[in-house]
Design a protein around this ligand. Sequence first.
Ligand SMILES: N[C@@H](CCC(=O)N[C@@H](CS)C(=O)NCC(=O)O)C(=O)O
Length: 180
Amino acid sequence: MLSLLGLEHEIIRVDLIVGEQKSAEFLKLNPFGQVPVLIDGKLVLRDSQAILVYLARQYGGESWLPSEPEAMGKVLQWLSTAANESQNSLSAARRFFLLGTPIDLEGAQQKARYTLEVIDKHLLNRDWLETNHPTIADIACYPYIELASDAQIVLEAYPQVSAWVTRIKQLPLYVAMPGF
Ligand SMILES: N[C@@H](CCC(=O)N[C@@H](CS)C(=O)NCC(=O)O)C(=O)O
């Protein structure tokens, strides 16, 4: 999102494998001990959805998060999808395969497939999740969907979602995140 907005930034890596996110220093930034955290001047902000809302409002004008109530509500509903459905399915299954985190794998993969079916149907007659241009709805949902193969979910089974992933990758100033 920082890149899409053309904002200069520095990425400070936190080594999750050795547990740097639970260090006393990092817990001052996010007491929940998780990345990402955004530091912008005096502001320290945790959680990706909150960070997207802040960046869109502060630096993105109307385009990435419309302020008209109905459009705003429609965009924000997908931030909830990213934090719940996507996190508890695609992300959980990915953690199982990459880190061996114990979970109900079958349940997570089933939920992942259902979530992708819903999004695939939603995208049938549209290029972007809401409005007729990219918003933070797309950016919030994109990461774990793009990483679906890590969760052993075949993204090609969802043609509208696959085409949407390609559209996001073609956005000006798009950069892949580590892990892609
Ligand atoms: N609600 C948070 C969840 C963030 C999250 O799950 N972060 C993971 C990496 S993607 C993490 O820091 N895991 C390390 C840990 O929980 O110890 C968000 O959306 O930003």
